[in-house]
Design a protein around this ligand. Structure first.
Ligand SMILES: Nc1ncnc2c1ncn2[C@@H]1O[C@H](COP(=O)(O)OP(=O)(O)OP(=O)(O)O)[C@@H](O)[C@H]1O
Length: 742
């Protein structure tokens, strides 16, 4: 094992490991596929190299590890240590390739490795510099614990970060600020145990998923532990970097980390069935750790934050009280494991609980128009799906860099799954008590109108945060103002003004606005799009506003190349392979019990292929196959029916014709959805002229001919409705008719 000397600890060391060809003669037990990997241990942390498989040349790795100690392991069904080397990482081993005999193998086995000091222009060093310069670590939250560990353990190079190390501020009264370097050790230990825990509960999630998936597709209530544990790890990792880079100390914070670590050490010793039994406590533990991680990250990072807050409510006393509350919560959680009881309390969150001073006159917030337009737990992404889209969104939310764009536009074509993402993000941050507000526009629900957006957001924020409530009550002023219908005035008075009065906050506050494209009123839409795209920078740095929309031309134009805006196109993020796998799982769970349907049958697997990764279609297919009314009664016939038709929207009408009694609600039954899809299919652009379209009476069932009838026949009752429509609509009508006939 390499023993790192103190003098080397601050340097990044690269270890390149490769076995000597034909020399890794390790006795294999029991046959089967043998996988080799190298486990490296350093400072009580472990990590594995990529997997290698033996071939005629032996086994070799080309991997870079930025830590010091090394153990080689060999896995035959279960993990077995087949040999190791132990060595001091002194100058002698940095003189080129080193060959060593592995200890503890039956047959003499040699491996060779090289240890290099990283040059200052190596990717690792420049990556570290880049991140240090940004002042925060940007992590792909979902990339997994190993990645987080890798980043965390990349030894800190003071030279590369010195340009950005800030000078510790004067201590604020009541807060013991000293040398933060002292925090890196407890933080490291906490990170290690959170990471072990993440791996542990990922297995638990698997167990739970089986049970969950057996339930209805739409009812996804499974506790989603792993993402939070990953959050916590990633956020703690950021804190660790900052803790390394800055000079301060806080004994209480260290104590909090110790208490938290103790809980994880304890929890990590529990067996899976026990954790399964305590799933509510496990969930609370992961949520509480994430909340605590935000606190530790921002506390260690933002001395100026504390300075500014010092004069208000974030005095040392308030922070100390909160740390004590966090500690108590963790102790309660540990006790819940001990006493076989479950905790049903909410997590402790640092909020400004006391009232702002000098509030002139508290106004009645009920006067502010409010729309019930929040997220719906049943509309979330199917568990484990769309991680490739969710992860960059979580990383953006958790990025503590003050320059992070406040607004993220997630664009995507109709039915691609934008709203499902918006519901998922809302739900996850709601559980963390960090969802400021969520507003889902729906064409068919006009009460979710644009002139209620900002007032609803303002009231939701007031429910979340007493400080916001105070600030809002103070600024809303007269009744006339509270009832203003001007979107701009609402934004300025009910969002921006309270923001300016607020002291800084710990951790992110997330606001989700879904389906901006569904705002039909052109004047209101123009105003909303303009405000959201041009005034993003006025939100405070911990605000994250996620907006989803189809890529209509007005939205594209407004959000393109704007400061403070991040734009992700869903099409570029989707991982089709994993979508297909998730759809297969969905079909498996939904259809395997359907009487008379042999799910394992090739026919059914063709459904997966046919879905082409489209969750909307997959959900529709399940519903259709399980339907009990209509002319086609046998589920297998229904499958055949689905497979015999193209996936084009118009053929769903055909299916309905044969099964006219089948459920008529749902994704493909929404006439507006169909019309938008057909428009997009032909123009690759939005918007179509939505004003004329709602008046089009799309029959809920019928053959394509019947659908086309109102458009095609000059004497038709319906076609007269289009006589006054602008030319653009005639183009649309022509396209629509064309699609129906092809
Ligand atoms: N990851 C997912 N897991 C389960 N269902 C999904 C997923 N993604 C999408 N769906 C389902 O697919 C259908 C279409 O998704 P969604 O409404 O989110 O699309 P959209 O991009 O918002 O469409 P639109 O632009 O028309 O509003 C819905 O029934 C939704 O529940």
């Amino acid at each position: 094992m390499f023993q790192s000397s103190t003098s080397h600890q601050k340097n990044a060391i690269k270890i390149r490991i490769s076995s000597e060809r034909n020399r890794l003669a390790i006795p294999l037990h029991g046959g089967g596929r043998v996988i080799f990997f190298i486990r490296v241990e350093a400072n009580h942390e472990t990590m594995n190299t990529a997997i290698a498989i033996e071939n005629s040349d032996g086994v070799s790795w080309e991997d870079e590890l930025h830590i010091f100690t090394l153990v080689a392991t060999h896995r035959v069904r279960k993990e077995t240590i087949v040999g190791w080397v132990e060595e001091k990482a002194d100058a002698s081993i940095r003189s080129g390739v080193v060959k060593r005999q592995l200890n503890a193998t039956g047959t003499p086995t040699q491996i060779s490795y090289r240890v290099d000091l990283l040059s200052s222009d190596s990717p690792c060093a420049s990556e570290r510099r880049r991140k240090a310069k940004l002042g925060s670590e940007v992590y792909n939250v979902g990339a997994g614990i190993q990645a987080a560990m890798k980043m965390a353990l990349c030894p800190f190079d003071p030279a590369s970060a010195s340009a950005v190390v800030s000078v510790a501020p004067e201590p604020v009264a009541g807060i013991d600020l000293g040398n933060l370097e002292d925090l890196s050790e407890p933080l490291s230990a906490l990170l290690k145990h959170v990471s072990i825990f993440t791996n542990l509960i990922s297995k638990l999630s698997e167990v739970r998923k089986l049970a969950t998936l057996a339930r209805s597709f739409y009812l996804m209530t499974s506790p989603r532990f792993t993402p939070y544990a990953k959050f916590a790890c990633s956020i703690l990792t950021m804190a660790q970097t900052v803790a390394n880079a800055q000079k301060a100390r806080d004994g209480q914070l260290r104590e909090l980390m110790k208490v938290t670590t103790d809980v994880f050490v304890f929890a990590n010793k529990l067996k899976l069935p026990v954790l399964e039994h305590h799933h509510q406590t496990v969930k609370l533990l992961t949520l509480q750790t994430t909340e605590c991680a935000y606190f530790i990250r921002d506390y260690t990072k933002q001395q100026s934050f504390i300075m500014r807050a010092g004069s208000t409510l974030l005095t040392g006393g308030a922070i100390n009280d909160k740390i004590a509350e966090y500690q108590k919560k963790f102790k309660d959680l540990q006790a819940a494991f001990h006493h076989d009881s479950s905790l049903n309390t909410e997590i402790a969150v640092l909020r400004i609980a006391e009232r702002l001073e000098q509030i002139a006159l508290a106004a009645e917030l009920d006067d502010l128009p409010y729309a019930s337009a929040r997220f719906d737990i049943q509309e979330q992404c199917l568990d484990g799906t769309r991680e490739a889209v969710l992860e960059p969104i979580f990383a953006w939310i958790n990025d503590s860099d003050v320059n992070t764009p406040r607004v993220l536009l997630l664009s995507g074509n109709p039915g691609i799954g934008k709203s499902a993402i918006a519901h998922t993000v809302s739900q996850r941050f709601n559980q963390l008590r960090r969802l400021g507000s969520s507003f889902f526009f729906l064409t068919e629900q006009p009460e979710r109108s644009p002139d209620k957006l900002f007032t609803t957001v303002a009231r939701d924020l007031a429910d979340l945060d007493q400080g916001w409530k105070d600030a809002l009550e103070e600024v809303v002023g007269s009744r006339a103002l509270r009832r203003t219908a001007s979107i701009r005035e609402q934004f300025e008075q009910f969002i921006l003004r309270p923001i300016q009065r607020l002291p800084p906050r710990f951790g992110p506050v997330v606001i989700v606005i879904d389906a901006l494209d569904a705002v039909a009123d052109p004047v209101a839409r123009h105003m909303l799009v303009s405000i959201l795209s041009s005034r993003a920078a006025e939100f405070p740095s911990h605000f994250r506003v996620l907006i989803t929309a189809r890529p209509d031309s007005d939205i594209r134009e407004a959000f393109r190349n704007r400061d403070g805006i991040k734009w992700l196109a869903m099409e570029t993020l989707i991982d089709k392979k994993s979508d297909l796998k998730a759809i297969e799982e969905l079909f498996d769970n939904e259809l395997s019990d359907v009487p008379g349907l042999k799910w394992k049958d090739k026919l059914c697997h063709k459904l997966v292929e046919k879905s082409d990764g489209d969750f909307g279609w997959a959900a529709f297919a399940c519903k259709f196959i399980k339907g009990t009314s209509g002319r086609i009664t046998s589920p297998s016939d229904r499958v055949r029916r689905l497979l015999s038709k193209t996936k084009a929207i118009d053929n769903i009408a055909h299916l309905e014709a044969d099964d006219s009694e089948s459920e008529s609600e749902g994704f493909f039954h929404d006439p507006m959805h169909k019309l938008h899809n057909i428009w997009y299919q032909h123009h690759q652009d939005f918007p179509m002229n939505v004003n004329a379209v709602p008046s089009f009476p799309v029959p809920r069932a019928g053959t394509p001919e019947r659908w086309a009838e109102p458009l095609m026949g000059p004497n038709s009752n319906y076609s007269s409705q289009f006589v006054d429509a602008p030319q653009a609509n005639w183009n649309f009508v022509a396209d629509f008719a064309h699609v129906l006939h092809t």
